[in-house]
Design a protein around this ligand. Structure first.
Ligand SMILES: [Zn+2]
Length: 125
């Protein structure tokens, strides 16, 4: 390998490391996260004679729920309206975490290729 391309690889490796460190920093700054969605739902009540049981338009609500899955089971967590922003924020943090992980993985693959090129360019005994 020529000296110029060796220097180019070294520069790429340095920039990979800097980008990796800055993405890691974003993960460190995350707040509580939760997978799921916040939904508004109209509900039937416990009174069988109530109009809500006959007419979907007369159901009660809307009620807020946070829905997520644990071990393939759907969990519906009832939320008071004042609590919903907490869960919406946590869901946002979760999406950010997923996006950061995806970026870190793509960057890692590129960085590994650059490192491999550097290792290959070293003289073999
Ligand atoms: Zn009802």
């Amino acid at each position: 390998m020529k000296a110029t391309s060796k220097a180019r690889i070294a520069a790429l490796i340095l920039s990979d490391a800097q980008r990796f460190a800055s993405l890691k920093q974003e993960i460190v700054q995350l707040d509580y996260f939760c997978k799921g969605t916040v939904l508004k739902r109209m509900m039937k009540c416990g009174n069988r004679h109530c109009a809500c049981h006959r007419d979907p338009a007369k159901r009660h609500g809307p009620y807020l729920e946070c829905t997520y899955k644990v071990h393939n089971k759907t969990i519906n967590l009832k939320l008071y309206p004042e609590v919903a922003p907490l869960y919406r924020a946590a869901i946002q943090q979760y999406r950010k975490l997923k996006s950061l992980l995806g970026r870190l993985e793509r960057l890692s693959r590129t960085a590994l290729m650059h490192r491999a090129k550097q290792v290959q360019s070293k003289p073999r005994n």
